[in-house]
Design a protein around this ligand. Structure first.
Ligand SMILES: Nc1ncnc2c1ncn2[C@@H]1O[C@H](COP(=O)(O)OP(=O)(O)OP(=O)(O)O)[C@@H](O)[C@H]1O
Ligand SMILES: [Mg+2]
Length: 326
């Protein structure tokens, strides 16, 4: 963007008229001041959600009309030159917004990677450290039980059984939090493992249909795992569902996945406009999907169940190979 002296566009003037008169002024030798108006017009167009195609077509019409009236070839050349300068200045706010968007997506991706590392750390801490502490408690109880009379020994046995249950649950949760199976075998086996655990705990059948095998890019496997994990958690927590379905398939260089329940449903529009919204799950899902250039659609109506549809591009800058455990 050139450094131009900014002048304020007339308030409430019609955008198209303003564009024509500002370009007329610039092409007539209006200099930096008129160029500054091109920049302000670009900002206004951005705020009014005008598309690039709309601006390009308005620009084309404006320049064409003036070229038709041009008296000489030299004037035509001047108009075309002025036109490209004016358009470039007008589009510079779009360029800046686009760069800002790219930076935000990059930051979001880095944030997700940091989050994954943190989840991994917590999962290993739960698995290894809590597991070792439980072993120590087991040993201490065994020693203590040696000196106890028979009736109390029975109580200690009961406590040890409960500890075994705690250990089993901790192991299960730590594996679901960051399943090594996701790194080692990929998304489909990891989802089967997750769904199996959720289904048993919530007593809801979960049917899985995956029409592809083999590995996906690492970022896709992690993103999809986290989304399905949150979708299952929501279905168990809010839906009162009797059945859950997970489907995944490849379509036109994209990976598609849907998670559906036959529960109570909700109104996604109402949720978006609610000032009392507290949950983060759906927002986090949307952010994860956006960070790798995908789309997320939620279809739900009160009384009619919920379906989440995810589409993630398989080609692009995240198509790195799979990550390894560690
Ligand atoms: N499958 C579903 N069935 C019915 N309602 C749902 C379903 N999924 C989400 N909702 C509704 O959408 C709201 C927002 O979901 P979201 O996952 O963002 O937040 P949360 O689950 O309430 O909290 P958090 O995910 O932060 O623990 C929920 O509170 C619930 O009212
Ligand atoms: Mg949730």
């Amino acid at each position: 963007m050139k450094s131009a002296v900014r002048s304020k566009p007339k308030p409430h003037a019609n955008f198209e008229d303003e564009y024509r008169s500002s370009f007329d002024e610039y092409a007539g030798g209006g200099g930096e001041l008129a160029l500054g108006r091109a920049y302000e017009l670009g900002r206004r167009a951005l705020n009014e959600h005008k598309s690039l195609v709309e601006i390009a077509s308005l620009h084309h019409e404006t320049v064409l009309a003036m070229v038709r009236d041009a008296k000489s070839e030299k004037r035509t050349e001047e108009l075309i030159q002025a036109g490209s300068e004016f358009l470039a200045e007008c589009l510079s706010p779009y360029e800046m917004a686009h760069r800002g968007f790219q930076d935000a997506v990059k930051a979001l991706r880095q944030l997700n990677e940091t989050l994954e590392e943190e989840i991994k750390r917590i999962a290993y801490a739960v698995h290894d450290e809590a597991g070792q502490l439980l072993v120590a408690v087991h040993l201490a109880l065994s020693e203590m039980a040696l000196d106890l009379p028979q009736p109390q020994q029975g109580q200690v046995t009961r406590i040890r059984e409960l500890l075994n249950e705690v250990e089993k649950h901790l192991r299960r949760y730590s594996h679901e939090l960051r399943p090594t199976i996701l790194d080692d075998l990929g998304w489909v086996p990891a989802i089967r493992f997750l769904a199996d655990g959720v289904s048993k705990r919530a007593n809801i059948p979960i049917r899985i249909e995956a029409s592809f095998s083999g590995r996906l890019p690492g970022a896709i496997e992690t993103t999809l795992y986290r989304i399905v994990q949150e979708a299952l958690t929501n279905a168990v927590k809010h839906a009162e569902a009797k059945n859950l379905w997970i489907r995944a398939w490849k379509e036109n260089l994209a990976l598609c996945c849907s998670v559906r329940d036959d529960g109570v449903g909700f109104d996604p529009n109402q949720l978006q406009t609610s000032p009392h919204r507290k949950g983060l799950g759906l927002i986090a899902m949307q952010e994860r999907v956006s960070a790798i250039g995908g789309t997320l659609r939620i279809e739900s109506r009160p009384g009619n169940g919920t379906e989440l549809s995810i589409r993630l591009p398989l080609e692009g800058n995240h198509a790195n190979s799979h990550r390894t455990r560690g």
